[in-house]
Design a protein around this ligand. Structure first.
Ligand code: GLV
Ligand code: GLV
Length: 325
C-alpha cells in the first residue's frame, strides 16, 4: 500500500493537489485552516505515518516523533523558519527535513518594507486620527516621523531575506547599509554594498534596524535592553523573523521611555499576542499577526514546495530544499 502522510493543516489548494495527484501517497489532513490540530489529536494521527507535512504552529519534538514511530522518514515544514523543529531529535532518528526558503523571500521583503514605512511614518496612528476626529488642522510637526532618505539601515542576520529587503530600500535613497551576523557574508553583502560591523556598532549607527536572523539558542532574546540602550532615540526597530529574538519586556521599556522611536513587529511571543499585552497600548509599536509571507502566490508556492519536498524525500531523492542536519 502507498506511504501514509499526515498534513497538520488545511494547506493551500495547490499543495494538496500536488500530494493527491502524485498517486504516490495516501493523505490524511487536519481539515481546518482556522484552528491548529489539538496536540492530543496530532499525537494520535501521526501513529505509523511515513511522512508528515507541518506548519510552524506544530512543535515537532521527541514526544511527537516517538508517537509517530519508526516508519516516519520524512518531515516537510511549510515554512522557512525551523525553530519549531527539534533538529537533534530528527537527526537522531534519521528523518530527512524539507523546508521552504526562497519562494517566500519577495513576499517577506515587501511586507518588511511596508511595516518599516508604516512604523516610521506612523500610518496606523495617522489613519486612527483621521477617522476619529483628531485631524483638527494641518499642523507643522503633527505626526512627524523619520525618513529613509540619507539614513543608515542595519540588518541583523544577512541572508536571502535581508538582501531582498535592502534591495527594495535602496531606491528610497538609503545612505548606508550595515549588517552583523555570526561571520561576514561578503558575497551577499557585495550585492547591496553593505558593511560588516559589530553588534554594538550596528546598534549605535542604525537609523532603522531590521532583524532578519533565524531564532537559535545564540539569537534568543539577543535584542534586549543592552541593544536598545545603545540605539538612537530616533531609531526604528523592525522584526519579521521570530518573536523569540526579542526580550519584549525590554522592548516595551525602550519604547515607552523613548529610548527608541518605534517598533514594527510581525512576530511576537506568544502568538497570538494576548490583546491585553502592554505592547498593544503603545502608539509607537505596530504589531502584525505574523503575515510576512502571506500573499496568495507565495503561500501557494510554499505549499507546492513543501509537497514536492515530501514526495522527493519519500522516493529517497534529494529534496528541492532540504535542511542539512
Ligand atoms: C514564517 O514565519 C516562516 O517561517 O515561513
Ligand atoms: C504639504 O501638503 C505642503 O503643501 O507642504
Amino acid at each position: 500500500s502507498l506511504p501514509r502522510v499526515y498534513v497538520t493543516r488545511q494547506i493551500p489548494p495547490e499543495g494538496l493537489k500536488t500530494l493527491r495527484e502524485s498517486g504516490q501517497v495516501q493523505c490524511q489532513l487536519w481539515d481546518s485552516d482556522d484552528v491548529p490540530v489539538p496536540r492530543q489529536e496530532l499525537l494520535q494521527r501521526v501513529k505509523g505515518v511515513d511522512a508528515l507535512l507541518c506548519v510552524l504552529t506544530e512543535k515537532i519534538d521527541a514526544e511527537l516523533l516517538d508517537a509517530a514511530g519508526p516508519n516516519l522518514k520524512v518531515l516537510s515544514t511549510m515554512s522557512v523558519g525551523f525553530d519549531h523543529l527539534s533538529l537533534e531529535e530528527l537527526k537522531k532518528r534519521g528523518i530527512r527535513v524539507g523546508y521552504t526558503p526562497d519562494v517566500l523571500t519577495d513576499s517577506v521583503a515587501e511586507l518588511t518594507v511596508a511595516l518599516l514605512l508604516t512604523t516610521s511614518r506612523r500610518l496606523v496612528e495617522a489613519t486612527h486620527e483621521a477617522k476619529t476626529g483628531g485631524w483638527g488642522t494641518w499642523r507643522t510637526l503633527w505626526l512627524c516621523g523619520y525618513e529613509l532618505a540619507n539614513s543608515t539601515v542595519g540588518i541583523f542576520g544577512l541572508g536571502r531575506i535581508g538582501v531582498a529587503i535592502a534591495e527594495r530600500l535602496a531606491p528610497f535613497k538609503v545612505k548606508k547599509f550595515i549588517y552583523t551576523d555570526v561571520a561576514p557574508r561578503p558575497e551577499l553583502a557585495s550585492l547591496i554594498n553593505a558593511e560588516y560591523v559589530s553588534f554594538d556598532e550596528m546598534a549605535k549607527r542604525s537609523d532603522f534596524l531590521a532583524v532578519c536572523c533565524a531564532l537559535t539558542p545564540e539569537t534568543k532574546e539577543i535584542c534586549n535592553k543592552d541593544l536598545f540602550s545603545k540605539m538612537k532615540n530616533t531609531s526604528i526597530f523592525i522584526n519579521t523573523s521570530r518573536g523569540g529574538v526579542v526580550n519584549q519586556d525590554d522592548l516595551y521599556e525602550a519604547l515607552s521611555t523613548g529610548q527608541i522611536a518605534g517598533a514594527g513587529l510581525d512576530v511576537t511571543v506568544p502568538e497570538p499576542l494576548p490583546t491585553n499585552h502592554p505592547l498593544f497600548t503603545l502608539k509607537n509599536c505596530v504589531i502584525l499577526p505574523h503575515i510576512a509571507s502571506a500573499s496568495f502566490t507565495t503561500r501557494n508556492a510554499m505549499s507546492v514546495l513543501a509537497a514536492n519536498n515530501l514526495l522527493l524525500g519519500l522516493r529517497g531523492e534529494p529534496m528541492i530544499k532540504e535542511l542539512k542536519l
